[in-house]
Design a protein around this ligand. Structure first.
Ligand code: BES
Ligand code: MN
Ligand code: MN
Length: 457
């Protein structure tokens, strides 16, 4: 029996387990869910053990634990380090969900729940693929699992953990399913991840909220000022106006741009899916280039003043915004955060005080397409999709990937099975049953081809 036969006999069972996992609200950002996050780690550890992993342990960190497990076959065989995350983004605003975020339902062949795709659904495929291989005596190499609970809050403790456990985590490649493909009939593999610099800004005007008639027009309104400051961060060509921001950007080569241009992509579908009449972005770059290979700056949240019922006339004392910058090779998140801070302090008018607080950051990463891992993944997806996957670039960030390279000397293969339309981080996140099963079907082929290609390399 093959692992794929085993999958076919256990589809419903595998799905029910995933639904159980999705019922635990493992929101790492919100301390109110601490116990649930810990419960999720236990769930994952238990399932790893049942799947046949040894040395399964819940490794404590100053934050949420890392679930570790392994399968050792032979020291002369390669080792695959599987990484994923069991934490999820907050579900707010809950009222925008058609069904409760932590009560998964199946509708139109899709699983609806927070984490359905990012990353519980995708991470769980690996545990079930491993189980299918174990049960059919077909694990071809050594495997290590490292499933963390702080990806959505920046993976700070995992960075320390890998630096302190280099020996234990030694491997030949890292395998991750936490990205998306172009479409179910157009398989692709992300070969680039963007870095991230994330800051919070606070603008203070007068020492208390004032009457907007008595003082308005004469005292700086921090919300007006913040709006102007934010607007000035892009020029008329939508380039970022921070001195030095582009200094280290490796301009995409023509080959890279041509490869991206070949990707089947309909701007009309893109717009109609989002119900927008036009796209916008940096001049002279296409939409896929803007998200895949160009740095960007976005306000993620902005608040201040009166936002309650009706109208209250007030000139607020303070205004705030959370701002993220997506980075590309070779920008450094630390340097960009510094440049932003200096620039923001410099351009603020004297009438206000500004404070910039850095949040988590992360570095960009690239995966080579001529590696054994890429070839194995390509062959595995070709086997199960009937089509060779296209190398592409996702716009998101997985900060730990750059650290796998820096601390462990390992390249990461991003074999994601999600779709951009899965609404990760949004209300009504979902994951296709097709994608869940396709992942479980494909992963064992990756193991097999990777092991074979490594032996002949
Ligand atoms: N899985 C995503 C990253 C992703 C999604 C990459 C789609 C490529 C395509 C990951 O869980 C994520 O959301 N990362 C955060 C960064 C983190 C530091 C909060 C992100 O990209 O905003
Ligand atoms: Mn993720
Ligand atoms: Mn995420």
């Amino acid at each position: 029996m093959s692992p794929q036969d085993f999958l076919n006999q256990h589809k419903e069972h595998f799905l029910n387990e995933l639904l159980e996992l999705l019922r635990i609200p493992s929101i790492s950002a919100d301390p109110a869910f601490k116990d649930d996050v810990l419960k999720t780690a236990e769930f994952v550890a238990e399932k790893l053990k049942l799947a046949g992993a040894t040395k399964v342990s819940i490794e404590q960190t100053p934050g949420f634990p890392i679930v570790y497990g392994e399968y050792f076959k032979d020291k002369d065989l390669p080792t695959i380090l599987v990484y994923g995350h069991y934490d999820v983004q907050p579900s707010v605003p809950d009222e925008l969900w058609d069904s409760p975020p932590f009560e998964p339902i199946i509708k139109n062949e899709r699983i609806y729940a927070r984490g359905a795709c990012d990353d519980k659904g995708q991470m769980y495929m690996h545990i079930k693929a491993f189980e299918s291989m174990m049960q059919t005596n077909s694990v071809p190499c050594n495997v290590k699992f490292m499933i963390e609970g702080e990806e959505e809050v920046g993976s700070d403790n995992l960075g320390t953990y890998i630096a302190q456990n280099k020996e234990k985590l030694s491997a030949d490649v890292v395998l991750v399913s936490d990205t998306s493909m172009i479409a179910n009939d157009i398989p692709s593999i992300d070969v680039g991840l963007r870095g991230l610099s994330y800051v919070e800004v606070e603008v203070t005007g007068p020492n208390i909220d004032l009457h907007s008639g008595v003082y308005g027009g004469a005292v700086a309104n921090p919300i007006n000022v913040l709006s102007n400051l934010i607007a000035s961060l892009h020029d008329e060509n939508k380039k970022i106006n921070i001195p030095g921001f582009y200094d280290n950007v490796i301009e995409a080569s023509n080959t890279d741009r041509e490869a991206l241009a070949k990707i089947p992509f309909s701007i009309e579908d893109y717009k109609s899916n989002l119900e927008i009449d036009d796209v916008m972005g940096e001049k002279d770059w296409t939409t896929l280039e803007r998200t895949g290979m160009r740095p960007t700056l976005d306000v993620n949240g902005i608040w201040g003043g009166y936002t309650g019922e009706g109208a209250k006339t007030v000139l607020p004392s303070k205004a705030y915004a959370k701002i993220s910058m997506r980075l590309v090779p070779n920008q450094s998140s630390e340097r960009i955060t510094k440049l932003f801070t200096e620039h923001f302090e410099r351009i603020a008018p004297k009438s206000v005080k500004v404070k910039v607080t850095p949040h988590h950051g992360g570095e960009p990463a690239l995966t080579p397409t001529d590696s054994v891992a890429f070839k194995a993944a390509s062959k595995a997806m070709e086997t199960t999709f009937g089509k060779k996957p296209i190398p592409t670039r996702g716009g998101g960030s997985i900060p730990i990937v750059a650290l796998f390279e820096k601390e462990l000397g390992l390249k990461t293969l991003l074999m994601g099975f999600g779709l951009d339309s899965d609404a990760i981080h949004s209300p009504n996140e979902s994951y296709g049953l097709f994608n869940f099963y396709k992942g479980i079907e494909t992963i064992p082929f990756f193991y097999q081809y990777y092991t074979e290609l490594m032996a002949s390399d």
